[in-house]
Structure formats: C-alpha cells, structure tokens
Design a protein around this ligand. Structure first.
Ligand code: PHE
Length: 357
C-alpha cells in the first residue's frame, strides 16, 4: 500500500501526462508545439518541477516514484518527438503541392539599349545599307584634328562658335565628330564613304543643351560628287528615319570646313508642318514655323582636302553632322532633353521593344 505522499506524487504525474496529451492532441503547427515543449518539457517546465519534488518523498517511496517518473518522462519525450516528425511531414507535403513544375520560369530582368543608342544604331544601319562604313575615333582630340585641319586656324573667330572644353593648350574634348573626316581621309584614299557616331562635348548646359551629347558625322569623297548628291542622300535618309512624307529644306549657312554650307530643316514631325497642335495651340517644337532644323552639311572645303593631301581639283565630297538626341526627341515626341541623362528606368524601359536594327 503506497503512502499518501507517494500517491499524491503519482497523481500529479498522471495529471501532468493527461494535460500534456490533451495539449498535443490539438496541435496544428510547429509554433504551438514549441510552446507546449516550453510549458511541459523545458528546464523550467512542469515536468522538471514535478520531478524536483522526488527528494521530498520518504526514502522507501523514492525507488518506485523514481521509476514511474522516468517512464512517464520517456513517454512524454517520445510522444513529443513523434508529433514533431508528423508536423514536419505534413509541412513538406503541403510544400510539394504548392510547387507547380509546369509554371513558366521567371527570367532575370535584363537591361535595355538606351534610346539614343537605338537611334544612333538605326541611323548607322541606314547608311550602311547605302554602302557607308562605320568609323570611330577618340573623344580626347588634338587641336589639329578638332580645328586646324578642318580649316579653323588658331584665333579664327569660328572657334567661338563652339564652347570648347580644353584639357591643355593643344588637347580638347572633341566639340564635334568632324575630326573623323580628317582621320578617315588620312587613312584611306577616295572613293570613300563613312559615318562616325560618338559623344561630343561643349561648355554648354541648360534646358536644351547638355555638355555631352551624341553626333553622327557622315561624309563621302569621290570624283565629281555634287551638291545634288548631298541633297538626294540626305532627303533619302531623312525620309527613312522619320517618315516618307516629310518635306526637306536646305538653308544657306556657314561652316569653315564646308563650302558651300547649308542647314537642313524638315517639316515638323510633331505638328506635321502645320505650326499648330491639334488643339489649335502654337506648336512648341517648331514654334509655329512648321519646320525644325535637323543637321548641318556642305561640300567639303578644298582647304580640308589640302590638309589630308587630297587633290581638290580631282576630288570633291560632301559632309554632314547631326545631333542624335535631337533626332531621338523628334522621332519619339520627347520634349525634355534631360530625360536622356536622368537614367529613369520607367522612361528607359519604354524603348524595350523598339525594333533593334
Ligand atoms: N561639325 C558641325 C557641328 O558640329 C556639323 C557639320 C558637320 C556641318 C559636317 C557641316 C558638315 O556643328
């Protein structure tokens, strides 16, 4: 017959086991199970508390009390481990059901070519289709290539036309792509035809000017090249890059390296040359003139040929230079130059599906 102290101890263990059983019966998720572990099985839990009362029992009760206590402890621990295992399996099964191996994969988000690059590529590819080659040159240029050989001598007032960024007395950041005329003519002999895309730099920054922008130079040298060839080439190019029905207009102008020189206007692609927007307000792009300036050009000056040892009596040629940002703005109806330099991803992303050339 057990002593009443032993009986009380065993009853307590019994209650503890029932309470534990009731708790784990309901358990749904690992967090709940963990809180049950803390309540019953941790070092401060009720099982340890109960076992600590063993030492208060009379000596003769302790063996039996200890044996029972150990059995129950073992049962609780086994039960706990089993439930933990079951929950884990349930969770794995759920995960496997969530996973649909037939879903298309997520591809990494790629970058896009910049709209200015796209337009520059498109222009070059139009000229390539006409037999022009693409040539490149340095952005840091000598005074000779940027000015001197292009018939812009030291102290010539034409140097003021371009706000030059000087790196030293004789080294500049190129102010235009025209140095490529000289470099290419030095390397090759006529007949030749090339376009030269690239960055150019000027001390100029406001709403419509950036200190760095992109130009494309084009030039062709052969026997008996005339202004009519220049006009035909540019009209063809402009209709391909903008649209078939634009009008092209030549205006007399001046450049030191071409003679005669012209500036070329096209009918405004924003208001279709009407000078007014659809709502009747004056067109902001062409300022009601119906035309916008698009490039400078002319017949290569004999002085330039002399600088590269071509005989101006034998050869003639034409050259033109255009601003790529300007073409891109007109082509896409963009009215703020700064958008090209801000690296605003939503803006740039609009050109993701613009046809690559
Ligand atoms: N280089 C001139 C400029 O930057 C453009 C131009 C090029 C004009 C070729 C005539 C011929 O303004």
């Amino acid at each position: 017959m057990a002593s009443s102290a032993l009986q009380a101890f065993l009853d307590k263990l019994q209650q503890l086991e029932s309470a534990f059983e009731a708790a784990v019966e309901e358990v749904e998720d690992p967090e709940e199970l963990e809180s049950i572990r803390v309540t019953y099985l941790s070092r401060r839990g009720s099982l340890v508390q109960c076992l600590s009362q063993l030492k208060d029992l009379p000596d003769e009760d302790r063996p039996e009390a200890g044996k029972t206590a150990n059995r129950i402890k073992q049962r609780l621990q086994d039960r706990f481990a089993r439930i933990q295992e079951e929950l884990q399996q349930k969770r794995d099964r759920a995960r496997r059901q969530d996973f649909d191996p037939t879903l298309p994969g997520r591809s990494p988000r790629t970058g896009t070519l910049h709209p200015v690059t796209l337009v520059s590529d498109e222009i070059c590819s139009i000229f390539r289709s006409l037999g022009y080659e693409v040539v490149l040159g340095p952005e840091v240029e000598t005074d000779f290539y940027n000015f001197e050989a292009l018939n812009i001598p030291q102290d010539h007032p034409a140097r003021d036309m371009q706000d030059t960024l000087y790196l030293s007395d004789s080294i500049v950041l190129r102010t235009h792509t025209s140095p490529l005329q000289i470099r290419t003519m030095q390397e090759q002999s006529p007949p030749l035809a090339a376009v030269a895309p690239g960055k150019v730099y000027r001390r100029d920054a406001d709403l419509t000017h950036s200190p760095m922008f992109n130009q494309i130079e084009g030039f062709l040298v052969d026997r008996r090249v005339s202004m009519a060839d220049l006009r035909g080439t540019l009209a063809h190019f402009l209709r391909r890059i903008f649209s078939r029905d634009i009008q092209v207009r030549f205006r007399p102008s001046f450049f030191p390296f071409t003679e005669p020189s012209a500036e070329v206007d096209i009918s405004c692609v924003i208001c279709s040359g009407k000078g007014f927007s659809q709502d009747g307000s004056p067109c902001r792009v062409c300022k009601q003139t119906g035309f916008v300036e698009i490039l400078g050009c002319g017949m290569i000056d004999p002085e330039v040929f002399k600088a590269v040892d071509y005989d101006p009596e034998e050869y003639s040629g034409f050259a033109f230079g255009l601003g790529v940002e300007r073409v891109a703005m007109l082509k896409h109806g963009i009215d703020d130059l700064r958008l090209f330099f801000d690296n605003d991803l939503p803006f740039l992303d609009q050109f993701r599906f613009y046809p690559a050339t």
